[in-house]
Design a protein around this ligand. Structure first.
Ligand code: ATP
Ligand code: LTN
Length: 328
Protein backbone atom coordinates (compact mmCIF):
# COMPACT_ATOMS: atom_id res chain seq x y z
CA UNK A 1 0.00 0.00 0.00
CA UNK A 2 1.34 3.45 -0.92
CA UNK A 3 2.25 5.61 2.06
CA UNK A 4 0.95 9.13 2.66
CA UNK A 5 2.43 11.67 5.10
CA UNK A 6 1.46 15.22 5.97
CA UNK A 7 1.81 17.71 8.80
CA UNK A 8 0.10 20.78 10.19
CA UNK A 9 1.48 23.42 12.53
CA UNK A 10 -0.18 24.05 15.90
CA UNK A 11 0.07 27.78 15.24
CA UNK A 12 -3.55 28.80 15.99
CA UNK A 13 -7.12 27.99 15.08
CA UNK A 14 -7.57 26.03 11.88
CA UNK A 15 -9.25 27.78 9.00
CA UNK A 16 -11.16 27.00 5.84
CA UNK A 17 -7.94 27.04 3.78
CA UNK A 18 -6.40 24.28 5.90
CA UNK A 19 -9.56 22.23 5.50
CA UNK A 20 -10.06 22.65 1.74
CA UNK A 21 -6.38 22.73 0.78
CA UNK A 22 -5.12 19.86 2.89
CA UNK A 23 -7.27 18.17 5.53
CA UNK A 24 -10.03 16.97 3.23
CA UNK A 25 -7.41 15.08 1.21
CA UNK A 26 -5.88 13.71 4.42
CA UNK A 27 -9.24 12.17 5.29
CA UNK A 28 -9.76 10.81 1.76
CA UNK A 29 -6.33 9.15 1.61
CA UNK A 30 -6.76 7.12 4.76
CA UNK A 31 -9.31 4.87 2.98
CA UNK A 32 -6.82 3.11 0.73
CA UNK A 33 -3.36 4.27 1.80
CA UNK A 34 -1.13 3.83 4.78
CA UNK A 35 -1.53 7.33 6.20
CA UNK A 36 0.73 9.05 8.74
CA UNK A 37 -0.35 12.48 10.02
CA UNK A 38 1.54 14.74 12.35
CA UNK A 39 1.04 17.91 14.40
CA UNK A 40 4.39 19.62 13.76
CA UNK A 41 5.11 21.35 17.06
CA UNK A 42 8.87 21.62 16.38
CA UNK A 43 8.06 23.68 13.29
CA UNK A 44 5.90 25.96 15.43
CA UNK A 45 8.92 26.64 17.68
CA UNK A 46 10.57 28.53 14.79
CA UNK A 47 8.53 31.59 15.78
CA UNK A 48 8.92 31.20 19.59
CA UNK A 49 5.26 30.84 20.62
CA UNK A 50 4.18 31.24 24.24
CA UNK A 51 4.65 27.78 25.90
CA UNK A 52 1.12 27.54 27.35
CA UNK A 53 -0.32 28.60 23.99
CA UNK A 54 1.80 26.05 22.13
CA UNK A 55 0.58 23.28 24.46
CA UNK A 56 -3.07 24.31 24.00
CA UNK A 57 -2.69 24.69 20.24
CA UNK A 58 -1.06 21.27 19.95
CA UNK A 59 -3.97 19.57 21.72
CA UNK A 60 -6.46 21.70 19.75
CA UNK A 61 -4.82 20.73 16.44
CA UNK A 62 -4.97 17.02 17.32
CA UNK A 63 -8.62 17.38 18.39
CA UNK A 64 -9.38 19.14 15.13
CA UNK A 65 -7.75 16.41 13.05
CA UNK A 66 -9.93 13.84 14.78
CA UNK A 67 -12.98 16.10 14.31
CA UNK A 68 -12.52 16.42 10.55
CA UNK A 69 -12.42 12.64 10.27
CA UNK A 70 -8.88 11.35 10.82
CA UNK A 71 -9.47 7.88 12.18
CA UNK A 72 -6.73 6.75 14.58
CA UNK A 73 -7.64 3.12 13.88
CA UNK A 74 -6.75 3.54 10.21
CA UNK A 75 -4.08 6.26 10.31
CA UNK A 76 -1.10 7.01 12.49
CA UNK A 77 -1.69 10.35 14.25
CA UNK A 78 0.99 11.82 16.51
CA UNK A 79 2.88 14.92 17.66
CA UNK A 80 6.23 15.48 15.94
CA UNK A 81 8.34 16.16 19.06
CA UNK A 82 7.26 12.81 20.57
CA UNK A 83 9.35 11.03 17.93
CA UNK A 84 12.91 12.29 18.43
CA UNK A 85 14.05 10.79 15.11
CA UNK A 86 12.53 13.82 13.34
CA UNK A 87 14.98 16.22 14.97
CA UNK A 88 17.90 13.86 14.44
CA UNK A 89 17.26 13.25 10.74
CA UNK A 90 16.68 17.01 10.32
CA UNK A 91 20.38 17.57 11.05
CA UNK A 92 21.35 15.17 8.27
CA UNK A 93 18.92 17.00 5.98
CA UNK A 94 20.51 20.35 6.88
CA UNK A 95 23.83 18.88 5.80
CA UNK A 96 22.30 17.74 2.50
CA UNK A 97 20.35 20.85 1.46
CA UNK A 98 22.16 23.86 0.01
CA UNK A 99 22.20 27.28 1.68
CA UNK A 100 21.19 28.79 -1.67
CA UNK A 101 18.28 26.37 -1.98
CA UNK A 102 16.92 27.40 1.42
CA UNK A 103 17.38 31.07 0.56
CA UNK A 104 15.06 30.69 -2.43
CA UNK A 105 12.10 29.47 -0.34
CA UNK A 106 9.25 31.98 -0.68
CA UNK A 107 7.67 31.00 2.66
CA UNK A 108 10.90 31.97 4.40
CA UNK A 109 11.02 35.28 2.55
CA UNK A 110 7.38 36.05 3.48
CA UNK A 111 7.67 35.01 7.12
CA UNK A 112 11.06 36.64 7.74
CA UNK A 113 9.82 39.92 6.21
CA UNK A 114 6.99 39.92 8.78
CA UNK A 115 9.12 39.21 11.90
CA UNK A 116 11.53 41.27 14.02
CA UNK A 117 13.50 38.22 15.10
CA UNK A 118 14.29 35.63 12.44
CA UNK A 119 15.49 32.35 13.96
CA UNK A 120 17.93 30.06 12.16
CA UNK A 121 15.20 27.42 12.58
CA UNK A 122 12.84 29.46 10.40
CA UNK A 123 15.52 29.34 7.71
CA UNK A 124 16.19 25.59 7.99
CA UNK A 125 12.47 24.78 8.43
CA UNK A 126 12.28 22.89 5.06
CA UNK A 127 15.08 20.54 6.21
CA UNK A 128 12.98 19.47 9.21
CA UNK A 129 9.99 19.13 6.89
CA UNK A 130 12.04 16.88 4.59
CA UNK A 131 13.00 14.74 7.60
CA UNK A 132 9.30 14.41 8.54
CA UNK A 133 8.43 13.14 5.09
CA UNK A 134 11.46 10.95 4.35
CA UNK A 135 11.36 9.09 7.68
CA UNK A 136 8.18 7.29 6.58
CA UNK A 137 9.20 6.18 3.05
CA UNK A 138 6.44 8.50 1.88
CA UNK A 139 5.03 8.28 -1.65
CA UNK A 140 2.44 11.09 -1.47
CA UNK A 141 2.19 14.35 0.48
CA UNK A 142 -1.27 16.00 0.47
CA UNK A 143 -0.79 19.77 0.96
CA UNK A 144 -2.08 23.16 -0.15
CA UNK A 145 -0.43 25.00 -3.02
CA UNK A 146 1.86 27.07 -0.73
CA UNK A 147 3.79 23.90 0.17
CA UNK A 148 4.61 22.90 -3.41
CA UNK A 149 8.07 24.48 -3.24
CA UNK A 150 8.93 22.72 0.05
CA UNK A 151 7.93 19.32 -1.34
CA UNK A 152 9.98 19.92 -4.51
CA UNK A 153 12.96 20.74 -2.29
CA UNK A 154 12.32 17.58 -0.25
CA UNK A 155 12.49 15.56 -3.48
CA UNK A 156 15.81 17.21 -4.40
CA UNK A 157 17.19 16.47 -0.92
CA UNK A 158 16.13 12.81 -1.11
CA UNK A 159 17.67 12.42 -4.57
CA UNK A 160 20.94 14.08 -3.49
CA UNK A 161 21.19 11.89 -0.38
CA UNK A 162 20.49 8.76 -2.46
CA UNK A 163 23.20 9.77 -4.98
CA UNK A 164 25.75 10.48 -2.25
CA UNK A 165 25.13 7.50 0.00
CA UNK A 166 23.20 4.92 -2.05
CA UNK A 167 19.49 4.24 -2.14
CA UNK A 168 18.10 5.35 1.24
CA UNK A 169 14.87 7.29 0.81
CA UNK A 170 11.69 7.03 -1.24
CA UNK A 171 11.20 10.18 -3.34
CA UNK A 172 7.76 11.67 -2.54
CA UNK A 173 5.31 13.59 -4.75
CA UNK A 174 2.95 16.39 -3.66
CA UNK A 175 -0.83 16.00 -3.99
CA UNK A 176 -2.54 19.37 -4.42
CA UNK A 177 -6.32 19.66 -4.96
CA UNK A 178 -7.67 21.26 -8.17
CA UNK A 179 -10.03 23.63 -6.30
CA UNK A 180 -9.34 24.96 -2.79
CA UNK A 181 -5.53 24.64 -2.98
CA UNK A 182 -5.12 28.34 -2.27
CA UNK A 183 -7.98 29.86 -0.30
CA UNK A 184 -7.48 33.61 -0.03
CA UNK A 185 -8.29 35.97 2.83
CA UNK A 186 -11.84 37.35 2.38
CA UNK A 187 -10.77 40.89 3.22
CA UNK A 188 -7.44 40.84 1.36
CA UNK A 189 -8.05 38.42 -1.50
CA UNK A 190 -4.48 38.73 -2.78
CA UNK A 191 -3.13 37.19 0.47
CA UNK A 192 -3.62 33.54 1.39
CA UNK A 193 -5.87 32.79 4.36
CA UNK A 194 -3.49 32.07 7.24
CA UNK A 195 -3.52 30.94 10.87
CA UNK A 196 -0.81 33.23 12.07
CA UNK A 197 -2.13 36.46 10.51
CA UNK A 198 -4.95 38.01 12.52
CA UNK A 199 -7.59 39.02 9.98
CA UNK A 200 -11.32 39.58 9.74
CA UNK A 201 -11.05 37.74 6.44
CA UNK A 202 -10.19 34.35 7.97
CA UNK A 203 -12.94 31.75 8.38
CA UNK A 204 -12.18 29.58 11.40
CA UNK A 205 -13.38 25.98 11.24
CA UNK A 206 -14.92 26.41 14.69
CA UNK A 207 -16.43 29.81 14.03
CA UNK A 208 -20.14 30.41 14.80
CA UNK A 209 -22.41 30.08 11.71
CA UNK A 210 -23.66 33.68 12.03
CA UNK A 211 -20.15 35.03 12.04
CA UNK A 212 -19.25 32.91 8.98
CA UNK A 213 -22.28 34.27 7.12
CA UNK A 214 -21.43 37.84 8.08
CA UNK A 215 -17.82 37.48 6.91
CA UNK A 216 -18.90 36.14 3.51
CA UNK A 217 -21.43 38.95 3.17
CA UNK A 218 -18.66 41.50 3.80
CA UNK A 219 -16.10 39.73 1.60
CA UNK A 220 -14.18 42.14 -0.61
CA UNK A 221 -15.19 41.79 -4.27
CA UNK A 222 -15.20 44.53 -6.93
CA UNK A 223 -17.75 46.89 -8.44
CA UNK A 224 -18.44 45.02 -11.73
CA UNK A 225 -21.08 42.65 -10.37
CA UNK A 226 -19.85 40.20 -13.02
CA UNK A 227 -19.36 36.71 -11.54
CA UNK A 228 -16.41 35.61 -13.67
CA UNK A 229 -13.56 33.29 -12.60
CA UNK A 230 -10.34 35.24 -13.21
CA UNK A 231 -8.02 35.17 -10.17
CA UNK A 232 -5.64 37.78 -11.65
CA UNK A 233 -8.11 40.56 -12.37
CA UNK A 234 -10.98 39.50 -10.04
CA UNK A 235 -9.30 37.95 -6.97
CA UNK A 236 -12.18 38.46 -4.51
CA UNK A 237 -14.95 36.99 -6.67
CA UNK A 238 -12.68 34.21 -7.93
CA UNK A 239 -11.89 33.27 -4.33
CA UNK A 240 -15.62 32.91 -3.55
CA UNK A 241 -16.14 30.84 -6.72
CA UNK A 242 -13.14 28.68 -5.82
CA UNK A 243 -14.43 28.07 -2.30
CA UNK A 244 -17.95 27.17 -3.45
CA UNK A 245 -16.49 24.94 -6.18
CA UNK A 246 -14.25 23.14 -3.71
CA UNK A 247 -17.04 22.58 -1.17
CA UNK A 248 -19.51 21.33 -3.79
CA UNK A 249 -17.03 19.32 -5.88
CA UNK A 250 -17.45 21.39 -9.07
CA UNK A 251 -15.15 23.63 -11.12
CA UNK A 252 -15.07 27.41 -10.44
CA UNK A 253 -16.05 28.07 -14.07
CA UNK A 254 -19.14 25.85 -13.76
CA UNK A 255 -20.12 27.59 -10.49
CA UNK A 256 -19.68 31.01 -12.14
CA UNK A 257 -22.30 30.11 -14.78
CA UNK A 258 -24.95 29.97 -12.03
CA UNK A 259 -24.51 33.59 -10.91
CA UNK A 260 -25.04 37.04 -12.34
CA UNK A 261 -24.93 38.92 -8.99
CA UNK A 262 -22.48 38.83 -6.09
CA UNK A 263 -25.14 38.83 -3.32
CA UNK A 264 -26.54 35.35 -4.03
CA UNK A 265 -23.00 33.98 -4.63
CA UNK A 266 -21.93 35.20 -1.18
CA UNK A 267 -25.05 33.82 0.50
CA UNK A 268 -24.77 30.40 -1.17
CA UNK A 269 -21.05 30.14 -0.40
CA UNK A 270 -21.71 30.95 3.28
CA UNK A 271 -24.48 28.31 3.45
CA UNK A 272 -22.34 25.64 1.78
CA UNK A 273 -19.41 26.38 4.10
CA UNK A 274 -21.63 26.29 7.19
CA UNK A 275 -23.04 22.96 6.09
CA UNK A 276 -19.50 21.60 5.73
CA UNK A 277 -18.37 22.98 9.10
CA UNK A 278 -21.43 22.05 11.15
CA UNK A 279 -20.62 18.37 11.86
CA UNK A 280 -16.95 19.23 12.46
CA UNK A 281 -17.88 21.82 15.11
CA UNK A 282 -20.20 19.32 16.84
CA UNK A 283 -17.57 16.58 16.85
CA UNK A 284 -14.98 19.02 18.22
CA UNK A 285 -17.28 19.87 21.14
CA UNK A 286 -17.72 16.18 21.95
CA UNK A 287 -14.05 15.27 21.68
CA UNK A 288 -12.70 18.20 23.66
CA UNK A 289 -14.53 16.95 26.75
CA UNK A 290 -11.97 14.12 27.04
CA UNK A 291 -8.41 15.44 26.55
CA UNK A 292 -6.95 12.43 28.39
CA UNK A 293 -8.28 10.15 25.65
CA UNK A 294 -6.71 12.37 22.99
CA UNK A 295 -3.34 12.25 24.79
CA UNK A 296 -3.63 8.47 24.92
CA UNK A 297 -4.37 8.26 21.17
CA UNK A 298 -1.40 10.54 20.41
CA UNK A 299 0.95 8.43 22.50
CA UNK A 300 -0.18 5.25 20.78
CA UNK A 301 0.31 7.03 17.43
CA UNK A 302 3.83 8.12 18.39
CA UNK A 303 4.74 4.55 19.39
CA UNK A 304 3.56 3.31 16.01
CA UNK A 305 5.37 6.09 14.12
CA UNK A 306 8.61 5.47 16.05
CA UNK A 307 8.93 1.88 14.87
CA UNK A 308 9.06 3.06 11.23
CA UNK A 309 11.15 6.16 11.98
CA UNK A 310 13.91 4.26 13.85
CA UNK A 311 14.37 1.84 10.93
CA UNK A 312 14.68 4.62 8.34
CA UNK A 313 16.97 6.72 10.53
CA UNK A 314 19.23 3.74 11.14
CA UNK A 315 19.47 3.14 7.38
CA UNK A 316 20.34 6.82 6.79
CA UNK A 317 22.94 6.82 9.60
CA UNK A 318 24.63 3.65 8.36
CA UNK A 319 24.68 4.76 4.72
CA UNK A 320 26.17 8.14 5.69
CA UNK A 321 28.97 6.45 7.66
CA UNK A 322 27.88 7.09 11.25
CA UNK A 323 28.96 4.12 13.36
CA UNK A 324 26.28 2.19 15.32
CA UNK A 325 25.20 3.76 18.63
CA UNK A 326 25.51 0.47 20.45
CA UNK A 327 27.07 -2.81 19.32
CA UNK A 328 24.59 -4.94 17.35
P1 ATP B 1 0.72 29.64 9.29
O1 ATP B 1 -0.09 30.84 8.97
O2 ATP B 1 1.05 29.49 10.75
O3 ATP B 1 1.88 29.43 8.36
P2 ATP B 1 -1.08 28.05 7.81
O4 ATP B 1 -2.45 28.54 8.01
O5 ATP B 1 -0.37 28.41 6.54
O6 ATP B 1 -0.22 28.41 9.06
P3 ATP B 1 -0.03 25.37 7.99
O7 ATP B 1 -0.01 24.62 9.24
O8 ATP B 1 1.25 26.00 7.57
O9 ATP B 1 -1.16 26.48 7.96
O10 ATP B 1 -0.56 24.43 6.83
C1 ATP B 1 -1.30 23.25 6.99
C2 ATP B 1 -1.79 22.82 5.62
O11 ATP B 1 -2.81 23.70 5.17
C3 ATP B 1 -0.70 22.83 4.54
O12 ATP B 1 -0.85 21.70 3.71
C4 ATP B 1 -0.98 24.10 3.77
O13 ATP B 1 -0.55 24.02 2.43
C5 ATP B 1 -2.49 24.19 3.86
N1 ATP B 1 -2.95 25.57 3.77
C6 ATP B 1 -2.61 26.58 4.61
N2 ATP B 1 -3.21 27.73 4.24
C7 ATP B 1 -3.96 27.43 3.13
C8 ATP B 1 -4.82 28.20 2.27
N3 ATP B 1 -5.04 29.49 2.51
N4 ATP B 1 -5.42 27.57 1.25
C9 ATP B 1 -5.22 26.24 1.01
N5 ATP B 1 -4.41 25.46 1.78
C10 ATP B 1 -3.78 26.05 2.82
N1 LTN C 1 5.57 23.22 6.40
C1 LTN C 1 4.21 22.82 6.43
C2 LTN C 1 3.87 21.92 7.60
C3 LTN C 1 4.64 20.65 7.52
C4 LTN C 1 4.44 19.60 6.58
C5 LTN C 1 5.40 18.59 6.93
C6 LTN C 1 3.57 19.40 5.52
C7 LTN C 1 5.66 20.27 8.32
N2 LTN C 1 6.12 19.04 7.98
C8 LTN C 1 5.51 17.42 6.17
C9 LTN C 1 3.69 18.21 4.77
C10 LTN C 1 4.65 17.24 5.11
C11 LTN C 1 3.39 24.09 6.48
O1 LTN C 1 3.89 25.12 6.84
N3 LTN C 1 2.18 24.02 6.12
Amino acid sequence: MARVFSGIQPSGGMHLGNLLGALRNWVAYQQDHEAVYCVVDLHALTTAPDPAELRDNTMAAATMLLSVGIDPERSTLFVQSAVAEHAELAWMMECTVGFGELRRMTQFKDKSDRSDFVSAGLFTYPALQAADILLYDTDLVPVGDDQRQHIELCRDIAERFNRRYGDTFAVPAPVIPKAGARVMDLQRPTDKMSKSLESAGTIGVLEEPDSVTRKFKRAVTDSDNDARYDPDTKPGVSNLLGILASVTGRTPQAVADDYTQYGPLKADTADAVNELLDPIRRRYQELSSDPAEISRLLQAGADKARTVATTTLERARTNAGLIPRSPT
